[in-house]
Structures are given as structure tokens and as C-alpha cells.
Design a protein around this ligand. Structure first.
Ligand code: NAD
Ligand code: 89V
Length: 343
């Protein structure tokens, strides 16, 4: 397979993981980078040996012949950059949260569809190998038809030191982290018809909510609870593990802290350790997220080569993004929100 030439826009905190992962993927290579901050451009360019560097995205698109662009900036710039990629007919990956609002997200999907340009949202949590293992058990039928799920992320990890902007936005945990956990719920139990939410701010030093509890009806009949907190001090800090419980007509599964996976079906119970691998460039406790970055970027390269739609395409991500919007609307009104009314 010919090597695809890509460019990275946004050389900040998380982009370093994306650059490591690109280096591990045979079918793609990052030939140019862009950041409006010359210091970040220098650090990432020097670390990964990328000589072609731009402080303006327009200049990057003007000068480079690209097979794809990987946008790793924060949310405010996502819409203009995705629309710029579409206007230049360059396939595009965009980090989550895809957009500031669902209206922006719909416009971005429409711009790429009109230009005939593939679009994938970098919604990587479902690509963590423990989450894929849970999905494989659900698909196998070992626990029968799921009727209840709890997808839980509770922590007191200091995310603000690496990502200071997380302390300043009016929206915090649902937009930044809940979006991943809601996507996992969709991935495991299917699309959602209605959502009820409650939020709280326990840490008074930040601007947004740091606790969110969501109850969802899935179209296929299951009910799930998605609960997220950055105000939960535990004996052993679980960051960034997602814990999962699913009850089905023939059994149950439990993904517990420490990646202990218990499956009970008609033929008994199995308990396995499904810890993700520690990649050579990864570091604990981020290694499950780092592994998923490699997996989703590999998936993108496979999709570009085969013409397949990415699992977390822009169109797919609208259904996850609608859950985020519904959670904020529903928490404000204290009323359930119908998801079809948003899409
Ligand atoms: P960051 O602030 O550290 O980095 C963003 C970089 O983008 C900065 O260097 C900034 O100068 C640059 N930038 C912003 N606008 C630009 C523009 N218009 N043109 C060129 N450069 C521009 O932020 P971060 O923590 O790396 O987060 C980036 C994105 O990654 C966010 O959307 C965040 O939610 C997401 N993120 C995803 C995961 C995940 O697991 N998927 C984890 C962490 C962060
Ligand atoms: O994965 C993320 O999007 C990160 C974090 C795990 C801190 O929420 O922002």
C-alpha cells in the first residue's frame, strides 16, 4: 500500500500521542505540521523530525499536497479547520469534542459530504482494547440480549494540570469526558431514544460541571446509566478506566477496576485480566487511551484505503454529540429529552 501523506494541525498536549501513533503506522506518514504557537511547532517538529512547519492552516493547505489532515486543536477552531479541509478536498480527522454546538457539527458533516471528503471524529475511547473485548462478548450472545447497562467513569485525577482550559469552560465533564462515555454506551447498547440528566459542580475552583448522571433509553430496548465524576476520591485512583456492567437475558458482564473482566453465561463464569498493552512510547495511567489512539488511526488508514466509512464518522458522531446536547438541555430543564428531536 502506498504511504498516505498527512498533516497535523495543533501540536499541543494530546497531539504528541497522535504523532507517536502515526510513527507506528506503516501506511501513513505526517509530512507537515501546523500550530499557531511557534514554540509548540518547534517542540513537536524537532521531536518527530518534521521539517515542513506552518503557523497558519491556510498556508499549509496552499503549499502541501495532502492525502489527509489530522486536526488536534481545541474545539473553537474545529469548524473553520474542518470546513477549510473540505474546501481543499482533503479527507479529515477531527478531535472530539467535534464542535461547540450540534448545529456547528451538522454544518461540518454537511460541508464534508458536499465536498465528497471522508470525515472521522477522533472518538477513540471505544477503541480501547478492554472496551472492544466487552463489545465482542455482547456480540457473541454469551449474555443474551442486554437489558441494562452501567457505564461509569469516576475519578479525582487532576486533569487540569495537563489541560488547563478544562477548568475555564462553562461546560466541562459532559463535553470533555462524558462524550466518550456516552459514545461507549451507544457502541455497546445501540442508539438512544431519550435521555434524562442531572449535573453538579463539586470543585468550586472550576467553571463547569464536574459530576453528571445520565439515564438513557436505547432504541433496542435496553436502559443504561452513564455516570461521570471528577470529584470522586477513591482508595485506588482508577483514571482513566471506564467501568462497565451489562445485564443480559442469559447472563452478565462486569469490567471492574484493574481491567478484571467477569462474564457469567449459561455455562458458568470466566474471569480474565484484559489490561491494555503498554506501548513503548506510552506512560501509565494514560496507556489505555494511548493504545486507542493507535487503533483509531490505523482504522482511519484502513478506511481510506478501502473506501469504508469510519466507525466514528462525522455522521455517526452526530448521534453521540446529540446525547451531549441532550444532557445539558435536560439537566437545565430537569426534563427528559427525545434524541430524535435533535437530529
Ligand atoms: P492544547 O491546548 O494543549 O493544544 C491545542 C494546540 O492547538 C495548541 O498548541 C494551539 O496553539 C493549537 N491551535 C489552536 N487553534 C489553532 C489553529 N486555528 N491553528 C493552528 N493551531 C491551533 O489542547 P489539547 O489538550 O492537546 O487538546 C486538543 C484536543 O484534543 C481537544 O479537542 C481535546 O478535547 C482533545 N483531547 C482528546 C483526548 C482523547 O482521548 N481523544 C484527550 C485529550 C484531549
Ligand atoms: O480523553 C479526553 O478527552 C481527556 C480526558 C481523559 C482528560 O478527559 O480530555
Amino acid at each position: 500500500m502506498a504511504t498516505l501523506s498527512g498533516a497535523l494541525i495543533g501540536c499541543g498536549f494530546f497531539a504528541v500521542n497522535q504523532m507517536h501513533a502515526w510513527r507506528d503506522i506503516d501506511g501513513a506518514s505526517i509530512v507537515a505540521i501546523c500550530d499557531r504557537d511557534p514554540e509548540r511547532l518547534r517542540i513537536v517538529g524537532d521531536q518527530f523530525g518534521v521539517a515542513r512547519r506552518y503557523t497558519e492552516a491556510e498556508a499549509l493547505f496552499d503549499a502541501e499536497r495532502l492525502d489527509f489532515v489530522d486536526i488536534a486543536t481545541t474545539v473553537a477552531s474545529h469548524r473553520p479547520l474542518v470546513e477549510m479541509a473540505a474546501a481543499n478536498r482533503v479527507p479529515v480527522i477531527c478531535q472530539k469534542p467535534f464542535a461547540p454546538t450540534l448545529a456547528d457539527a451538522k454544518a461540518m458533516v454537511a460541508a464534508c459530504a458536499k465536498a465528497g471528503v471522508p470525515l472521522m471524529v477522533h472518538e477513540n475511547f471505544r477503541w480501547q482494547s478492554p472496551i472492544q473485548a466487552v463489545r465482542a462478548v455482547v456480540d457473541s450472545g454469551a449474555i443474551g440480549t442486554p437489558f441494562f447497562g452501567r457505564i461509569s467513569f469516576r475519578s479525582a485525577y487532576d486533569v487540569f494540570s495537563g489541560q488547563p482550559y478544562l477548568a475555564t469552560g462553562k461546560r466541562f465533564i459532559i463535553e470533555d469526558l462524558g462524550i466518550h462515555i456516552l459514545d461507549i454506551a451507544r457502541f455497546l447498547l445501540g442508539d438512544v431514544s431519550s435521555l434524562t440528566a442531572r449535573t453538579a459542580r463539586i470543585n468550586q475552583a472550576i467553571a463547569g460541571e464536574d459530576v453528571a448522571t445520565m439515564l438513557m433509553d436505547h432504541v433496542g430496548g435496553a436502559i443504561s446509566v452513564v455516570d461521570c465524576s471528577y470529584a470522586t476520591r477513591l482508595a485506588v485512583e482508577p483514571f482513566p478506566e471506564t467501568l462497565i456492567e451489562i445485564d443480559g437475558s442469559d447472563g452478565t458482564l462486569r469490567l471492574a477496576q484493574g481491567y478484571q473482566f467477569t462474564v457469567t453465561g449459561k455455562n458458568g463464569t470466566t474471569v480474565t485480566d484484559i489490561s491494555p498493552p503498554l506501548l513503548p512510547w506510552a506512560s501509565r495511567p494514560w496507556h489505555n487511551i494511548q493504545e486507542s489512539v493507535l487503533a483509531i488511526q490505523r482504522h482511519w488508514v484502513d478506511c481510506l484505503a478501502s473506501g469504508k466509512e469510519p466507525a466514528t464518522s462525522g455522521a455517526d458522531n452526530l448521534k453521540t454529540f446529540a446525547l451531549v446536547e441532550a444532557a445539558y438541555t435536560g439537566a437545565a430543564s430537569q426534563q427528559p429529552v427525545r434524541i430524535d428531536d435533535l437530529l
